[in-house]
Design a protein around this ligand. Structure first.
Ligand code: 23J
Ligand code: MN
Length: 263
């Protein structure tokens, strides 16, 4: 590409300013009441989001307001890096501080599974669903995000986690579908509205947690607890998803934004 072919940044700025391009916030609010992933009790727990006031224009700091915050890396709307999973442990650039930032802006394909998830909490996206989507929207381009819409983010906290005695019941991709997206389509990553990129029952799949296993083993990324996927077109959105630069971090909360043409 020569300089003359480059898209005009000034034109993009103008379209954002007059809202021909809109920003859709795909991020849930970090809130201590929001559920985090629940693993069996013998495994290490992930800490919830905590927020504690340092001062608020008072004797602790007369002219300033600020808070201390803490949380697990995989809390709220967050990014999963390849090193999060054992399949990605030996990859170069597997942690959030080492990922090439060129990967933090990429197009998104949105596959709508909300109708199926509404009637079946254990709905699995299959290769067939992807092929149906491609028949309508064209092939999923290599290097793009695939976001699975389920409208899960619209649920109450209790129904969101959807925990039963045998674990969480939430939708996700089948092992075959995520492998297809990683190996046949070369996606950059997979994003979900649920607590994991994997379905709630994916510990029983082969391999266990196939989304984590295949994505991260291939150096790809995950996004969890996304919201507002119903506001995105099936194609044509540009996703900005840049995790915090945590030293050797396995992932991080982030502000996930989509740029979409207004219609
Ligand atoms: C650790 C173990 C299993 C899972 C997860 C974390 C996540 O979903 C995560 O946030 O990456 S399924
Ligand atoms: Mn995670």
């Amino acid at each position: 590409m020569t300089a003359g072919d480059l898209p005009g940044i000034a034109a993009i700025a103008a379209a954002l300013a007059d809202r021909r391009l809109r920003i859709v916030d795909l991020t849930l609010t970090l809130d201590p009441d929001f559920p985090t992933i629940v693993l069996p009790p013998e495994l290490g727990p992930s800490a919830p989001f905590r927020i504690e006031e340092i001062s608020r224009y008072d004797h602790r700091g007369p002219a300033w307001y600020w808070n201390n915050i803490s949380m697990g890396e995989h809390t709220g709307t967050h990014f999963d890096a390849p090193a999060h999973w054992v399949t990605g442990r030996d990859l170069a650039k597997g942690t959030v501080d080492a990922i090439d930032p060129q990967n933090f802006i990429a197009p998104a394909c949105v596959i709508d599974g909300s109708a199926q998830a509404a009637v079946n909490a254990d709905f699995l996206l299959e290769i067939e669903d992807i092929e149906t989507w491609e028949a309508a929207n064209g092939p999923i381009p290599a290097g793009s995000w695939v976001l699975m819409r389920t409208d899960w983010s619209k649920r109450s906290p209790e129904l969101y986690a959807n925990l039963r005695a045998d674990g969480a019941h939430t939708p996700g991709p089948s092992a075959e579908a995520i492998r297809f997206l990683v190996e046949r389509r070369g996606i950059l990553g997979f994003g979900a509205e649920t607590i994991g990129t994997d379905a709630g029952q994916a510990h029983n799949f082969l391999p266990p947690y196939p989304a984590h296993s295949f994505l991260h083993g291939a150096g790809r990324y995950g996004l969890q607890c996304l919201t507002n996927l119903d506001l995105l077109p099936p194609t044509g959105a540009l996703l900005i998803a840049a995790p915090l630069k945590i030293v050797r971090g396995s992932g991080s909360p982030l502000r996930a934004l989509a740029i979409v043409p207004s219609v």
